[in-house]
Design a protein around this ligand. Structure first.
Ligand code: ZN
Length: 136
């Protein structure tokens, strides 16, 4: 019998834009006791991953002020940048969002960090939260 691999929608990671990784990393690592998970850089940002149960906190430091994270920090300062949900079927979820009139940033999934397929939804359609969708 095939194993049912559906897990339901869950938080994959929370992306936090930071001004300087080295300054904030000790807070998460040493004070909160979170273990570091090596992650590749992506979208013009240095990324430090920290394990939080089945989820991750991703600290994002811009390579340049012109990168997406650099612009975000320049405009609003450091803070929560996006929440990433892992869904069982990314294409079906994106189709449902499109049909419901949700504004999509990525009309079709693209390859994100770690080679996973991802797609972003526009905050204008999601109560002000930049949402990244991925799949496991
Ligand atoms: Zn992300």
């Amino acid at each position: 019998m095939l194993e049912d691999t559906r897990r339901g929608t869950r938080i994959a990671h929370i992306g936090i834009a930071v001004a300087a990784l080295d300054e904030i990393l000790p807070f998460y690592r040493n004070l909160l006791g979170m273990e570091e998970v090596p992650l590749a850089d992506s979208d013009g940002a240095r990324i430090a991953g920290l394990a939080a149960g089945d989820s991750l906190v991703e600290l994002l430091e811009a390579d340049s002020p012109d990168s997406p994270i650099g612009k975000f920090v320049g405009k609003r300062g450091p803070g929560i940048h996006h929440i990433c949900f892992a869904v069982d079927d990314l294409d079906a979820t994106l189709d449902r969002c499109r049909a419901a009139g949700v504004r999509l940033i990525d009309d079709t999934p693209r390859l994100g960090a770690e080679g996973k397929r991802i797609a972003f939804l526009h905050p204008a359609s999601t109560a002000g939260v930049l949402i990244e969708l991925t799949e496991q």
